[in-house]
Write a protein that binds this ligand. Structure first.
Ligand SMILES: [Zn+2]
Length: 68
Protein backbone atom coordinates (compact mmCIF):
# COMPACT_ATOMS: atom_id res chain seq x y z
CA UNK A 1 0.00 0.00 0.00
CA UNK A 2 1.04 3.59 -0.55
CA UNK A 3 1.50 5.78 2.46
CA UNK A 4 2.33 9.42 2.83
CA UNK A 5 4.56 10.79 5.56
CA UNK A 6 2.67 13.35 7.62
CA UNK A 7 5.80 15.44 8.12
CA UNK A 8 7.65 15.65 4.80
CA UNK A 9 4.80 14.44 2.54
CA UNK A 10 7.03 11.79 1.05
CA UNK A 11 5.09 8.92 -0.44
CA UNK A 12 6.38 5.46 0.29
CA UNK A 13 5.19 2.00 -0.51
CA UNK A 14 5.01 -0.43 2.35
CA UNK A 15 4.27 -4.10 2.46
CA UNK A 16 0.61 -4.85 3.09
CA UNK A 17 1.49 -7.62 5.51
CA UNK A 18 3.49 -5.45 7.89
CA UNK A 19 2.08 -4.45 11.23
CA UNK A 20 2.25 -0.78 10.33
CA UNK A 21 0.17 -1.39 7.21
CA UNK A 22 -2.46 -3.18 9.25
CA UNK A 23 -2.54 -0.32 11.71
CA UNK A 24 -2.78 2.30 8.99
CA UNK A 25 -5.70 0.54 7.42
CA UNK A 26 -7.70 1.22 10.56
CA UNK A 27 -6.46 4.75 11.01
CA UNK A 28 -6.17 7.86 8.85
CA UNK A 29 -3.21 7.90 6.51
CA UNK A 30 -1.67 10.95 8.16
CA UNK A 31 -0.54 8.86 11.12
CA UNK A 32 2.31 7.52 9.01
CA UNK A 33 5.83 8.79 9.54
CA UNK A 34 8.67 7.80 7.23
CA UNK A 35 11.87 6.35 8.59
CA UNK A 36 13.80 9.53 7.89
CA UNK A 37 11.45 11.72 9.92
CA UNK A 38 11.16 9.08 12.60
CA UNK A 39 14.94 9.03 12.99
CA UNK A 40 15.10 12.80 13.07
CA UNK A 41 12.47 13.06 15.76
CA UNK A 42 14.05 10.30 17.82
CA UNK A 43 17.37 12.12 17.63
CA UNK A 44 15.79 15.41 18.66
CA UNK A 45 14.02 13.79 21.59
CA UNK A 46 17.22 12.12 22.73
CA UNK A 47 19.13 15.39 22.53
CA UNK A 48 16.47 17.11 24.55
CA UNK A 49 16.56 14.36 27.16
CA UNK A 50 20.34 14.67 27.39
CA UNK A 51 20.22 18.39 28.07
CA UNK A 52 17.47 17.88 30.61
CA UNK A 53 15.74 20.99 29.42
CA UNK A 54 12.08 20.58 29.00
CA UNK A 55 9.87 23.35 27.85
CA UNK A 56 6.79 23.28 29.90
CA UNK A 57 4.55 26.27 30.19
CA UNK A 58 3.88 26.67 33.89
CA UNK A 59 2.62 30.21 33.49
CA UNK A 60 -0.10 29.21 31.15
CA UNK A 61 -3.39 29.38 32.91
CA UNK A 62 -6.72 28.34 31.62
CA UNK A 63 -8.88 31.23 30.71
CA UNK A 64 -12.27 31.11 32.24
CA UNK A 65 -15.02 31.01 29.75
CA UNK A 66 -17.31 33.96 30.02
CA UNK A 67 -20.91 33.07 29.48
CA UNK A 68 -22.87 35.49 27.40
ZN1 LIG B 1 9.02 12.03 6.37
Amino acid sequence: MRVQCSICDKIETIDDDTLIAKRLRNRPIHTYMCQECHDRITKKTEERLKTGKFTFHPGQQKKEKVKK
